[in-house]
Write a protein that binds this ligand. Structure first.
Ligand code: ZN
Length: 334
């Protein structure tokens, strides 16, 4: 679906398609424990968040050089552009790479090779958001922020991802306070597998401006009311929720109810190589399965630009919003 949109919840490591994984493995002399791309694609049929994360970290071994990260980002941007993405705020997981012996510079400079030329090459403006792994220690997060000091001109904000349950936002208060002092924007995954209380804590303790997922807010009417009142954007990832069994089927997804409640929802792809689709695929799926009208789809697209960190370029945001308003659906959505 080519409806113009911003993607606000996208892990660049989660865009590694089997074909590129094998190409990078060959280039770097890494042996993958899969016979071919088909066997690897079959391994993408994981059961839950933890089994997905195990595969996700295993495959990162093929990413070694700046060129690898540039190739990864360019492959994502090309696919995203084909699905109407005009602006992308991209997550990356530095600790997962530093733990493998890479320097933060290799990761950031490599990604920047692609992001810096993305407007020219793909027609997509970009921002970079550095995520902390919440199953690592708070000290490790602080060290990562410290290591990022030379690259802060390229990093717009910080996020919090990986296994949620048992790792409440409170654990990361100190690093989020330090990030705020550095002028970094703040987001965090909350309320995906974790309880609604994690969403409240992310807002009150970490000072996040957007909640990634936030699905489980629907269990707490007072929290929904607050999110509506404060216009807190939620970056939902419908196909991801199905693959990780956060919802039983896409037909059970609460997105229509969330929109009806007045929540500021956006639709994103999370880890598209693993979850069966990029941003446009997610839009098409919620249109088809949840029966969202064209007005609702346009609202989701408008929300994505309104929720994006384009405060330094309001003229650009206005231009993107005008593109959404002018978009004609035609037969593409049927
Ligand atoms: Zn995510």
């Amino acid at each position: 679906m080519s409806l113009p949109k911003a993607e606000l919840h996208l892990h660049i490591e989660g865009t590694l398609e089997p074909e590129l994984a094998f190409e990078l493995a060959a280039r770097n002399g890494v042996t993958l424990p899969y016979a071919d791309t088909e066997a690897l694609r079959e391994a993408y049929a994981f059961k839950d968040l933890q089994s997905f994360l195990n595969l996700y970290y295993e495959l990162m071994a093929v990413l070694r050089t700046e060129q690898d990260f540039a190739d990864l980002a360019n492959a994502y941007l090309a696919r995203a552009a084909a699905q109407g993405v005009r602006h992308a705020e991209i997550f990356f997981d530095p600790q997962a790479h530093i733990a493998r012996g890479l320097s933060l510079g290799t990761v950031v400079e490599g990604l920047w090779q692609a992001l810096g030329d993305s407007e020219r090459d793909h027609g997509i403006s970009t921002k970079l958001i550095m995520c902390f792994l919440r199953d690592e220690s708070a000290d490790s997060a602080l060290e990562t922020l410290q290591a990022a000091t030379p690259y802060l001109d390229r990093i717009t904000g910080v996020g919090l991802d990986s296994a949620e349950v048992g790792h409440p936002p409170l654990k990361f208060r100190e690093v989020y306070e330090a990030a705020a002092r550095l002028g970094l924007r703040r987001v965090a995954h909350a309320g995906e597998e974790g309880p609604p209380e994690y969403i409240t804590e992310a807002l009150d303790v970490l000072g996040v401006e957007r909640v990634d997922h936030g699905l489980r807010c629907m269990e707490d009417p007072a929290l929904v009311e607050r999110l509506v009142r404060e216009r807190i954007p939620l970056t939902l990832c419908p196909l991801s929720n199905v693959r990780l069994r956060t919802v039983d089927t896409l037909a059970d997804h609460p997105l229509p109810a969330m929109l009806d409640a007045g929540l500021m929802c956006t639709v994103n792809s999370d880890d598209p190589a693993y979850f069966g689709g990029y941003a446009g695929d997610n839009f098409a799926a919620v249109h088809r399965t949840l029966g969202l009208t064209e007005d609702r789809l346009r609202e989701l697209a408008r929300n994505s630009f309104l929720a994006s960190f384009l405060q330094d370029d309001e003229e650009r945001r206005a231009r993107y919003l005008a593109e959404v308003d002018a978009y004609e659906f035609g037969d593409a959505v049927s």
